[in-house]
Design a binder for this molecule. Structure first.
Ligand code: AGP
Length: 579
């Protein structure tokens, strides 16, 4: 997702736009730009963050302007793909958030009609279509343009010859702020609340003509009224959408992220490459490594293609098998260990696939193929929605390889995750927050799920938490167990439940308190654990999502009790670009 802002009024537009883009940087930050109208359209745009380059755009004059901060979806993050985009003459400028799904066809038609494009983005077609349709007012040209667009958009357009801004909204958020002789537009009202609390929420299909002292809104060719609402939010808090931390906000975004990512994985060529490989070799770090381990268990259930999973930093000490497809999983696309391992695989003539969240990131320029997660920018250092998006990619790969085995998941994922988010975990949080050491244990696919749960707990609470295969605990770590070492044990219905019940009994005899995670209405489990966190009834695929999110929330709430710097834990970075 990207952030867009607009202004028409008595102030210098550039200052208002820069302020707004700084507040919207959480929506995307790989490039930015602004355009102002002052005896012509003036544009400055570049790769990089507005928060680090604001001075480069502060000199623009004019009291009308639009601005954009980008999260790349089409066209790598660079100067030419930064917004605003213009038409051929440069007299029309547009900033856009969303995805124009029919842009390729429109671009071909426009080029055939003589239009010259200067970027690789989908958004640029909007500026050229407006130019194509401009036979009078900008408003009419925009109205004709949106009839042709498919997909999602919130865009702002302005032209050299028009005294205002035109705002159009379909599926992507766009609000207007009504000030005293000035009007604001933004993807997110938090950028406006410092200037006015008088907010108009545009609806899908709305096209608004915005000038400094009035707005006129149309929908399906008819003028409509949208009553302004007084929003008394604290602007700072609102930036998080009312959440206390980005991590909490990103945990709550997961139902949508999983659904969107699942729907986006449909590259037949990559599926054929996987089918034709002698085996798969996943290389990754941290949470991405755990996602790879979960993928191995998924594949074991229904495919003969062997899957091996290696820590990227250790991969260099092994030789890949010729014919293996090496899959680099990296949310940031910049992890040095993972990129180094991928290059090594290529030196052994392996084909390579990257699974990443960042379009145009370094890993995409190394790998032969790329599959994108659709998680949007993840601000918090701890991986949550990006991890669930990696699972969605893997679920969809297995789905394609195993005859639609997971076809039902798009209908189930929202409910399962949303039910988990409503769970009361106070007793478990209390046990964890008072501990100095924790274990997370599980069997089968819940072993790597437990590894991930332990990582979440340790990285944001600073409590030593260790993930372990439940059957392995008695081979040494039992010596660590006491009443002061709570154990989080996953015991859900399936092929590992009976053995897990035995392991939990063994743990209990060593005096350790056990937090059991199992299906609702499991008396056998309820009888032997100290605290039970019940998950909704669902197939194993749903259990994986439920337990993963539950462990994220457990870590988050524990860290909150301990007063940790949750979004920026000590000693860590969001992307580890050194080996
Ligand atoms: C996970 O919460 C951590 N932030 C960390 O382990 C992370 O998963 C790891 O550094 C890999 O990052 P990547 O996916 O961007 O390569």
């Amino acid at each position: 997702m990207c952030g867009i802002v607009g202004y028409a009024g008595r102030r210098d537009a550039a200052g208002v736009l820069i302020d707004g883009l700084n507040k919207l940087e959480y929506r995307g930050y790989d490039s930015f730009g602004i355009a102002t109208s002052d005896d012509g359209i003036h544009i400055v745009k570049k790769q990089g963050r507005i928060s680090e380059n604001g001075s480069s755009v502060s000199g623009l004059t004019g009291h009308i302007g639009i601005g954009h901060t980008r999260w790349a979806t089409h066209g790598v993050p660079d100067d030419k793909n930064a917004h605003p985009h213009t038409c051929c003459t440069g007299d029309i400028a547009v900033v856009h958030n969303g995805i124009i799904s029919n842009y390729a066809k429109l671009k071909r038609e426009l080029i055939a009609g003589g239009h010259l494009f200067s970027s690789d983005t989908d958004s640029e077609v909007i500026a050229h279509l407006i130019e194509e349709n401009l036979n009078g007012s900008l408003l009419e040209a925009v109205n004709d343009t949106v009839q042709i667009l498919e997909g999602s958009y919130a865009f702002l357009a302005m032209s050299k010859d028009d005294p205002g801004i035109i705002a159009a909204r379909m599926e992507s958020p766009l609000v207007l702020g009504l000030g005293d002789g000035e009007i604001f537009a933004s993807s997110d009202m938090t950028t406006i609340l410092d200037y006015t609390q008088n907010i108009v929420f545009l609806e899908d299909g709305d096209i608004a003509s915005v000038s400094s002292d009035k707005i006129i809104i149309f929908n399906s060719g008819n003028q409509v009224e949208r009553a302004a609402e007084i929003v008394e939010w604290d602007a700072g808090a609102a930036r998080m959408g009312g959440f206390a931390h980005f991590m909490e906000k990103e945990i709550y975004e997961q139902p949508e992220v999983f659904f969107n990512t699942l729907a986006s994985v449909d590259d037949g060529e990559i599926i054929e490459e996987i089918k034709g490989s002698s085996g798969l070799r996943v290389i990754a770090c941290g949470s991405s490594y755990h996602a790879g381990l979960i993928f191995r268990y998924m594949m074991e259930e229904c495919s003969d293609i062997p899957v091996r999973v290696d820590l990227a930093s250790e991969f260099r000490y092994f030789r890949p098998v010729s014919g293996e497809l090496v899959i680099a999983v990296t949310q940031s696309g910049e992890t040095a260990d993972t990129i180094a391992a991928l290059k090594q695989a290529q030196m052994h003539n392996c084909r390579t696939l990257a699974i990443t969240n960042v379009l145009g990131s370094s890993v995409t320029r190394v790998a032969d193929y790329t599959l994108y997660m659709r998680a949007g920018p993840e601000i918090s250092v701890a991986a949550t929605k990006s991890f669930i998006a990696q699972l969605a990619v893997f679920f969809q790969i297995v789905n394609h390889l195993c005859d639609g085995r997971y076809n039902y998941m798009d209908k189930m994922c929202h409910q399962v995750i949303e039910e988990v988010l409503l769970l009361d975990m106070e007793d478990a949080v209390s046990l964890c927050s008072g501990a100095g050491n924790l274990f997370f244990v599980g069997r089968s696919v819940f072993y790597p799920v437990s590894l991930e749960g332990a990582l979440k707990m340790k990285e944001i609470t600073y409590i030593h938490a260790e993930g372990y295969a439940a059957g392995e605990l008695k081979h040494g770590p039992f010596s660590l167990l006491s009443k002061d070492t709570p154990v989080v044990a996953v015991c859900t219905p399936g092929n590992s439940r009976t053995a897990m019940l035995s392991n939990i009994r063994e743990i209990k005899t060593r005096g350790a308190p056990v937090i059991g995670i199992g299906e609702v209405d499991d008396p056998d489990l309820e009888d032997i654990v100290d605290v039970l966190i019940p998950i909704p009834k669902s197939p194993v695929s749903g259990q994986i999502l439920a337990v993963t999110v539950l462990m994220q929330v457990l870590a988050y709430r524990t860290a909150k009790v301990l007063g940790r710097d949750i979004d920026k834990p000590r000693n860590l970075a969001k992307s580890v670009t050194v080996e």
